[in-house]
Design a protein around this ligand. Structure first.
Ligand code: G16
Length: 538
């Protein structure tokens, strides 16, 4: 029944910012998935007879990989695998199911906001029993196993029926197919005032939510149009497709430009929102008012007490280092702690588990709280809706009042995607080598290579991005992305603080113009990458 298959290691199976992400044809190489999954199991101990949660964002190769993982989990001794119907589970829903079931851990099949389809991207991520992405100690152990693997074990059994709810047996292991939405929806109902949001919609509030033909479609249909009574048609692109309809499921101003254009038009609804491939990112645009992800974290934190789940207040707010300091100002005003972590949701896990932080967020369109251990796109949309329902103001009014009270952190990220890796690495190294010499020039007061000491487990994570800090609170941050699958992606993060409300209506790129010029001058971006302009500006 259980077959042992001889194999040899593959190069490059090191999990990145969020799991292993590669092109689909790479994952389709014989033994590639099996090697990685076996390496995950070999890095873990004590799961015999326990539960594994399994699901993905429905992208191309999802179903095949679910079948492979099921057979390998059975061969490795798991007692039960809880899998979303059709192999579907959004990332935050998977995190919740892991926690609710007290599962040993989970495997999430997704390359998040990266494109899907036969030539697109695929990914596998292991989450631990707290529901969050595996910390670096585990991902490094997985990587070590991928380099020495000699064999894997797999049950010889027919494929499971992923579409029929209920339990079946696979080589002695229980396979339980669950409704991917039900548990998640029930959790949302405990956090938010659904009655108030229902009344908001009943009163004529209009909204468009773009699920981008990705995983949030079924969740958004059930919660927004179903439980909350939003008008039919509120949810766009609500059917998950293996290639996301040929679109790039990244809810940013480039790939969701149609939503931005709608929000800025005469016909704008009160709220436009979107989520990404696996449902953990969010985009928020009010009528005529885009909310940057960094601002959204700050505004959600400042108003979270208006939702029942957060009425008791927040323990602390955590943001990733490149995320703007807007959230820090809210924490200061609330008299609670703020934390600055490296990029990667996994770094929030310890803070949330230890009760040090309640709300976390990132500039990369991720916001979440202690309700799960992943960022959560629909959660952010629902918290905005709850706030709008209570404050009875528009998004634009809430944004303007927030800036008037706390000041505005002008913020933008310039991405240079898929540049030659050698040039990108040389750029980062040159910056690193020149850090000390930067201080004192151009009003730079500090420059470093960010390192994080986890206050809970004491672990140290180094080389998490170059920070150039100016006396007036402005910053330039340089980092290489850890989620790309081709070449390197240079991210340049720009931020300037403006306390004066009479200066809060400047175009963001204009407000940051001097920093943009300086970012090129300090790093020699064109020289190192061959690019004279970013490919994406958010
Ligand atoms: C992942 C991580 C996030 C991170 C983002 C971008 O998000 O979970 O913490 O901010 O990647 O990372 P990078 O700048 O290294 O590309 P997702 O939505 O892709 O899972």
């Amino acid at each position: 029944m259980i077959k042992t298959v001889a194999t040899t290691p593959f190069e490059g199976q090191r999990p990145g910012t969020s799991g292993l992400r590669k092109k689909v044809p790479v994952f389709q190489t014989p033994h590639y998935v099996e090697n990685f999954v076996q390496s995950v199991f070999d890095s873990l101990a004590g799961f015999a007879g326990k539960t594994l949660v399994l699901g993905g964002d429905g992208r191309y190769f999802n179903r095949e990989t679910v079948q492979t993982v099921l057979k390998m989990a059975a061969a490795s001794g798991f007692g039960r695998v809880v899998v979303g119907q059709g192999g579907i589970l959004s990332t935050p829903a998977a995190s919740h199911v892991i926690r609710k079931r007290g599962a040993f851990g989970g495997l999430i099949l997704s390359a998040s906001h990266n494109p899907g389809g036969p030539d697109g991207d695929f990914g596998i991520k292991y989450n631990i029993g707290n529901g969050g992405p595996a910390p670096e100690a585990i991902t490094e152990a997985i990587f070590a196993h991928t380099r020495s693997i000699r064999e894997y074990r797999i049950a010889e059994a027919p494929d499971c029926d992923l579409d029929r709810l209920g339990e079946t047996s696979l080589a002695g292991m229980v396979v339980e197919v669950i409704d991917p939405v039900a548990d998640y929806q029930a959790l949302m109902e405990t956090l938010f005032d659904f009655t108030a949001i229902r009344a908001l919609f009943a009163g004529g509030f209009t909204m468009r939510f773009d699920a981008m033909s990705a995983v949030t479609g079924p969740y958004a249909h059930a919660i927004l149009e179903g439980a909350l009574g939003a008008a039919p048609g509120t949810v766009m692109n609500g059917t998950p497709l293996p290639d996301f309809g040929g679109h790039h499921p990244d809810p940013n101003l480039v790939h969701a430009k149609h939503l931005y254009d709608l929000a800025m038009s005469e016909a704008a609804p009160d709220l436009c929102a979107a989520s990404d491939g696996d449902g953990d990112r969010n985009l928020i645009i009010g009528r005529g008012q885009f909310v940057t992800p960094s601002d959204s974290v700050a505004m959600l934190a400042a108003n979270a007490h208006l939702a029942p789940g957060y009425a008791a207040g927040l323990a602390g707010i955590a943001r990733s280092m490149p995320t703007s300091a807007a959230a820090d100002r809210v924490a200061q005003a609330l008299g609670i702690a703020s934390f600055e972590t490296p990029t990667g949701w996994k770094f929030f896990g310890n803070l949330l588990d230890a009760g040090l932080a309640t709300i976390c967020g990132e500039e990369s369109a991720g916001t979440g709280s202690n309700h799960v251990r992943e960022k959560d796109g629909l959660w952010a949309v629902l918290l905005w809706l709850n706030i709008l329902a209570v404050r009875k103001q528009s998004v634009a009014e809430i944004v303007r009042e927030h800036w008037a009270r706390y000041g505005r952190n002008y913020y933008s990220r310039h991405d240079y995607e898929e540049v030659p890796a050698d040039g990108a690495n040389a750029l980062m190294q040159a910056l690193r080598d020149g850090l000390a010499a930067l201080v004192g020039r151009h009003a730079i007061v500090a420059a470093d290579d960010f390192a994080y000491h986890d206050p809970v487990d004491g672990s140290l994570s180094e080389h998490q991005g170059i920070r150039v800090l100016f006396g007036d609170g402005a910053r330039i941050v340089y980092r290489l992305s850890g989620t790309g699958t081709a070449g390197a992606t240079l991210r340049v993060y720009l931020e300037r603080y403006e306390p004066d409300p009479s200066q809060h209506a400047i175009d963001t790129q204009a407000a940051l113009a001097k920093l943009i010029v300086l970012a090129e001058e300090l790093a020699g971006i064109a020289r190192h990458t061959g690019r004279s302009a970013p490919s994406v500006i958010t």
